[in-house]
Design a protein around this ligand. Sequence first.
Ligand code: FES
Length: 141
Amino acid sequence: METGIHDNEILIDHFMNSRNLGKIEDADGIGMAGDPSCGDYVKVYIKVDKVHLTDIKYEVFGCPSAVATASVFSELVKGKSIVEAQLIDNHDIVEALHGLPEQKLHCSCMAVEAFDKAVIDWVMKSIANSKEEFESLGLPF
Ligand code: FES
């Protein structure tokens, strides 16, 4: 199903009242993705408790579709396990919005890509922390 962005009430609501917008100062992972074709970007911050995504926030510079899709994505993944959250893609975002015009589909990819990078950042930091813990105990890593 395809709708225009001006008659999509869900999209307008997420643009005007964006959920989870902002920054997490002590984030466990941070990822950023941009679209070179328009210069827009999304920066995602995550908090992870063991394997659950306890919080997600984002900063976004972009068109209304970029803002709304980042907002929808944050609602779709928050509270899920990291594995479950990584299964959510831009098609799920478009479905949650009840459609997005063809020429705006690329806007929905940035939040997903930025989130994937935040997860990689969290994994790398977790490995580094484990290594430090092992070394502080005099154990081989
Ligand atoms: S036009 Fe750049 S993200 Fe939508």
